[in-house]
Design a protein around this ligand. Sequence first.
Ligand code: NI
Length: 254
Amino acid sequence: MLIDSHAHLQDPLLLPEIEEILKRAQEAGVQTIVCPGYDLESSRAAIDIAEKYPQVFAAVGIHPGNLTDLDRNVWDELADLAQHPRVVAIGEMGLDYVNGFPDKDKQQDVFRRQLELAGKMDLPVIIHNRESHADVLNMAQAIGQLPKGGVMHCFSGSAELAEEFLNLGYYISFAGPVTFKNARRLPQVAASIPTKRLLCETDSPYLSPEPYRGKRNEPARVIHVAAKLAKLLDQELEDLAPILTANTKTLFCI
Ligand code: NI
Protein backbone atom coordinates (compact mmCIF):
# COMPACT_ATOMS: atom_id res chain seq x y z
CA MET A 1 0.00 0.00 0.00
CA LEU A 2 1.29 3.45 -0.94
CA ILE A 3 0.25 7.10 -0.82
CA ASP A 4 0.71 9.51 -3.70
CA SER A 5 1.64 12.61 -1.69
CA HIS A 6 1.20 15.03 -4.63
CA ALA A 7 -1.17 14.65 -7.60
CA HIS A 8 -3.17 17.38 -9.34
CA LEU A 9 -6.35 15.40 -9.92
CA GLN A 10 -8.22 18.63 -10.70
CA ASP A 11 -6.02 19.23 -13.76
CA PRO A 12 -8.03 19.27 -17.00
CA LEU A 13 -5.84 16.40 -18.23
CA LEU A 14 -7.05 14.17 -15.38
CA LEU A 15 -10.41 15.40 -14.08
CA PRO A 16 -12.57 14.10 -16.97
CA GLU A 17 -11.30 10.56 -16.24
CA ILE A 18 -11.04 10.78 -12.48
CA GLU A 19 -13.19 7.70 -11.80
CA GLU A 20 -10.98 5.45 -13.95
CA ILE A 21 -7.80 7.08 -12.59
CA LEU A 22 -8.84 6.48 -8.96
CA LYS A 23 -9.82 2.90 -9.82
CA ARG A 24 -6.42 2.22 -11.36
CA ALA A 25 -4.74 3.79 -8.31
CA GLN A 26 -6.69 1.52 -6.00
CA GLU A 27 -5.84 -1.55 -8.09
CA ALA A 28 -2.17 -0.57 -7.90
CA GLY A 29 -2.33 -0.36 -4.08
CA VAL A 30 -2.33 3.45 -3.87
CA GLN A 31 -4.69 3.91 -0.95
CA THR A 32 -4.55 7.67 -0.47
CA ILE A 33 -3.82 10.72 -2.66
CA VAL A 34 -3.03 14.30 -1.63
CA CYS A 35 -4.27 16.80 -4.22
CA PRO A 36 -2.65 20.28 -4.00
CA GLY A 37 -4.11 23.42 -5.53
CA TYR A 38 -2.06 25.86 -7.58
CA ASP A 39 -4.43 28.86 -7.51
CA LEU A 40 -7.78 29.63 -5.87
CA GLU A 41 -9.87 27.86 -8.46
CA SER A 42 -7.79 24.68 -8.41
CA SER A 43 -7.72 24.78 -4.60
CA ARG A 44 -11.53 24.88 -4.54
CA ALA A 45 -11.56 22.04 -7.08
CA ALA A 46 -9.19 19.98 -4.89
CA ILE A 47 -11.64 20.39 -1.98
CA ASP A 48 -14.56 19.35 -4.20
CA ILE A 49 -12.70 16.16 -5.15
CA ALA A 50 -11.74 15.45 -1.54
CA GLU A 51 -15.37 15.88 -0.46
CA LYS A 52 -16.49 13.37 -3.06
CA TYR A 53 -13.76 10.71 -2.70
CA PRO A 54 -12.73 9.64 0.81
CA GLN A 55 -9.26 8.51 -0.33
CA VAL A 56 -8.38 12.04 -1.55
CA PHE A 57 -7.23 14.91 0.69
CA ALA A 58 -6.81 18.50 -0.47
CA ALA A 59 -4.16 21.19 -0.08
CA VAL A 60 -4.82 24.84 -0.91
CA GLY A 61 -2.26 27.28 -2.22
CA ILE A 62 -0.91 29.57 -4.90
CA HIS A 63 1.86 28.17 -7.13
CA PRO A 64 4.58 30.70 -8.11
CA GLY A 65 3.59 30.28 -11.74
CA ASN A 66 0.02 31.52 -11.07
CA LEU A 67 0.35 35.01 -9.63
CA THR A 68 -2.15 36.93 -11.73
CA ASP A 69 -5.21 38.53 -10.11
CA LEU A 70 -3.88 38.47 -6.56
CA ASP A 71 -5.86 41.04 -4.62
CA ARG A 72 -6.60 41.16 -0.90
CA ASN A 73 -9.63 38.89 -1.27
CA VAL A 74 -7.37 36.07 -2.38
CA TRP A 75 -5.74 35.90 1.05
CA ASP A 76 -9.06 35.98 2.89
CA GLU A 77 -10.42 33.25 0.69
CA LEU A 78 -7.31 31.10 0.95
CA ALA A 79 -7.53 31.34 4.75
CA ASP A 80 -11.22 30.35 4.54
CA LEU A 81 -10.49 27.37 2.28
CA ALA A 82 -7.67 26.25 4.59
CA GLN A 83 -10.23 25.73 7.37
CA HIS A 84 -12.12 23.12 5.39
CA PRO A 85 -11.95 19.74 7.19
CA ARG A 86 -10.62 17.94 4.07
CA VAL A 87 -7.66 20.35 3.75
CA VAL A 88 -4.43 18.87 5.15
CA ALA A 89 -1.80 21.41 4.00
CA ILE A 90 -1.08 24.80 2.46
CA GLY A 91 0.40 24.43 -1.02
CA GLU A 92 1.68 24.15 -3.39
CA MET A 93 3.70 27.28 -2.89
CA GLY A 94 7.29 28.28 -3.43
CA LEU A 95 9.61 29.82 -5.99
CA ASP A 96 10.27 29.02 -9.64
CA TYR A 97 13.02 30.93 -11.43
CA VAL A 98 12.67 29.20 -14.78
CA ASN A 99 12.42 31.74 -17.61
CA GLY A 100 8.96 33.11 -18.18
CA PHE A 101 7.81 32.88 -14.57
CA PRO A 102 6.63 35.98 -12.64
CA ASP A 103 9.17 38.39 -11.13
CA LYS A 104 11.09 37.24 -8.09
CA ASP A 105 9.84 39.93 -5.68
CA LYS A 106 6.22 39.01 -6.34
CA GLN A 107 6.96 35.30 -6.02
CA GLN A 108 8.74 35.84 -2.71
CA ASP A 109 5.91 37.96 -1.31
CA VAL A 110 3.31 35.31 -2.18
CA PHE A 111 5.51 32.52 -0.81
CA ARG A 112 6.13 34.38 2.47
CA ARG A 113 2.42 35.07 3.00
CA GLN A 114 1.64 31.38 2.58
CA LEU A 115 4.40 30.26 4.96
CA GLU A 116 2.93 32.67 7.51
CA LEU A 117 -0.61 31.44 6.84
CA ALA A 118 0.50 27.82 7.41
CA GLY A 119 2.04 28.82 10.74
CA LYS A 120 -1.16 30.62 11.76
CA MET A 121 -3.44 27.80 10.60
CA ASP A 122 -1.24 25.11 12.15
CA LEU A 123 -0.94 23.23 8.84
CA PRO A 124 2.09 21.76 7.06
CA VAL A 125 3.35 23.26 3.78
CA ILE A 126 4.03 21.78 0.34
CA ILE A 127 6.96 23.62 -1.25
CA HIS A 128 7.79 23.87 -4.94
CA ASN A 129 11.36 24.86 -5.80
CA ARG A 130 12.78 24.99 -9.31
CA GLU A 131 16.10 26.71 -9.95
CA SER A 132 15.55 28.83 -6.84
CA HIS A 133 17.36 26.74 -4.23
CA ALA A 134 19.17 29.54 -2.36
CA ASP A 135 16.14 31.83 -2.06
CA VAL A 136 13.74 29.06 -1.00
CA LEU A 137 16.18 28.00 1.70
CA ASN A 138 16.78 31.58 2.87
CA MET A 139 13.06 32.26 3.14
CA ALA A 140 12.33 28.95 4.88
CA GLN A 141 15.16 29.66 7.34
CA ALA A 142 13.91 33.22 7.93
CA ILE A 143 10.47 31.86 8.92
CA GLY A 144 12.09 29.08 10.96
CA GLN A 145 10.71 25.69 11.80
CA LEU A 146 6.96 25.63 11.19
CA PRO A 147 4.75 24.05 13.86
CA LYS A 148 3.56 21.32 11.46
CA GLY A 149 6.62 21.22 9.17
CA GLY A 150 6.29 20.53 5.49
CA VAL A 151 7.61 18.76 2.45
CA MET A 152 10.02 19.76 -0.29
CA HIS A 153 8.01 18.41 -3.20
CA CYS A 154 9.67 16.90 -6.28
CA PHE A 155 13.06 17.64 -4.78
CA SER A 156 15.76 18.53 -7.30
CA GLY A 157 18.58 19.97 -5.18
CA SER A 158 21.82 18.61 -3.76
CA ALA A 159 22.31 16.37 -0.71
CA GLU A 160 23.67 19.44 1.14
CA LEU A 161 20.51 21.42 0.38
CA ALA A 162 18.34 18.45 1.45
CA GLU A 163 20.23 18.38 4.75
CA GLU A 164 19.42 22.05 5.36
CA PHE A 165 15.71 21.36 4.86
CA LEU A 166 15.88 18.22 7.01
CA ASN A 167 17.36 20.41 9.77
CA LEU A 168 14.35 22.73 9.42
CA GLY A 169 12.00 19.77 9.95
CA TYR A 170 11.00 19.19 6.33
CA TYR A 171 10.36 15.89 4.60
CA ILE A 172 11.96 15.36 1.18
CA SER A 173 9.74 14.01 -1.60
CA PHE A 174 10.78 12.48 -4.90
CA ALA A 175 8.80 12.14 -8.12
CA GLY A 176 9.41 10.70 -11.61
CA PRO A 177 12.76 12.44 -12.25
CA VAL A 178 14.52 10.13 -9.75
CA THR A 179 13.66 7.24 -12.12
CA PHE A 180 14.90 8.91 -15.31
CA LYS A 181 17.68 7.07 -17.11
CA ASN A 182 19.79 10.22 -17.44
CA ALA A 183 19.36 11.19 -13.75
CA ARG A 184 22.89 11.49 -12.33
CA ARG A 185 22.94 13.32 -9.03
CA LEU A 186 19.31 12.89 -7.95
CA PRO A 187 19.45 9.11 -7.22
CA GLN A 188 22.46 9.71 -4.95
CA VAL A 189 20.62 12.54 -3.20
CA ALA A 190 17.58 10.31 -2.65
CA ALA A 191 19.80 7.56 -1.21
CA SER A 192 21.18 10.08 1.33
CA ILE A 193 17.79 10.92 2.89
CA PRO A 194 16.91 9.10 6.14
CA THR A 195 13.95 6.86 5.33
CA LYS A 196 11.89 8.34 8.15
CA ARG A 197 11.94 11.71 6.31
CA LEU A 198 11.32 10.39 2.79
CA LEU A 199 8.10 10.76 0.74
CA CYS A 200 7.08 9.69 -2.76
CA GLU A 201 4.71 11.32 -5.22
CA THR A 202 3.78 11.50 -8.89
CA ASP A 203 3.12 15.26 -9.42
CA SER A 204 0.47 14.02 -11.89
CA PRO A 205 -0.26 14.84 -14.66
CA TYR A 206 3.43 15.76 -15.07
CA LEU A 207 6.76 13.96 -14.73
CA SER A 208 5.72 10.37 -15.45
CA PRO A 209 8.33 7.94 -14.11
CA GLU A 210 10.16 5.43 -16.28
CA PRO A 211 8.97 3.46 -18.21
CA TYR A 212 6.22 6.03 -18.94
CA ARG A 213 8.42 9.13 -19.26
CA GLY A 214 6.76 11.78 -21.45
CA LYS A 215 3.26 10.31 -21.07
CA ARG A 216 0.45 11.77 -18.98
CA ASN A 217 1.06 10.76 -15.37
CA GLU A 218 -1.41 9.41 -12.80
CA PRO A 219 -1.26 8.27 -9.14
CA ALA A 220 -1.06 4.52 -9.93
CA ARG A 221 2.47 5.16 -11.18
CA VAL A 222 3.78 6.24 -7.78
CA ILE A 223 4.71 2.56 -7.45
CA HIS A 224 7.55 3.12 -9.93
CA VAL A 225 8.91 6.02 -7.90
CA ALA A 226 8.72 4.02 -4.65
CA ALA A 227 10.34 0.99 -6.31
CA LYS A 228 13.22 3.14 -7.51
CA LEU A 229 13.69 4.62 -4.03
CA ALA A 230 13.72 1.10 -2.56
CA LYS A 231 16.36 0.04 -5.07
CA LEU A 232 18.52 3.08 -4.31
CA LEU A 233 18.26 2.40 -0.58
CA ASP A 234 18.97 -1.30 -1.11
CA GLN A 235 15.67 -2.24 0.48
CA GLU A 236 12.66 -4.30 -0.56
CA LEU A 237 9.69 -2.24 -1.76
CA GLU A 238 7.46 -4.16 0.67
CA ASP A 239 9.65 -2.93 3.53
CA LEU A 240 9.96 0.69 2.35
CA ALA A 241 6.33 1.21 1.27
CA PRO A 242 4.86 1.13 4.80
CA ILE A 243 7.52 3.62 5.94
CA LEU A 244 6.70 6.04 3.10
CA THR A 245 3.01 5.67 3.89
CA ALA A 246 3.52 6.26 7.61
CA ASN A 247 5.67 9.35 6.90
CA THR A 248 2.97 10.85 4.68
CA LYS A 249 0.28 10.16 7.28
CA THR A 250 2.38 11.73 10.00
CA LEU A 251 3.11 14.86 7.98
CA PHE A 252 -0.47 15.47 6.85
CA CYS A 253 -2.15 14.09 10.01
CA ILE A 254 -4.30 11.68 7.97
NI1 NI B 1 2.64 20.08 -8.27
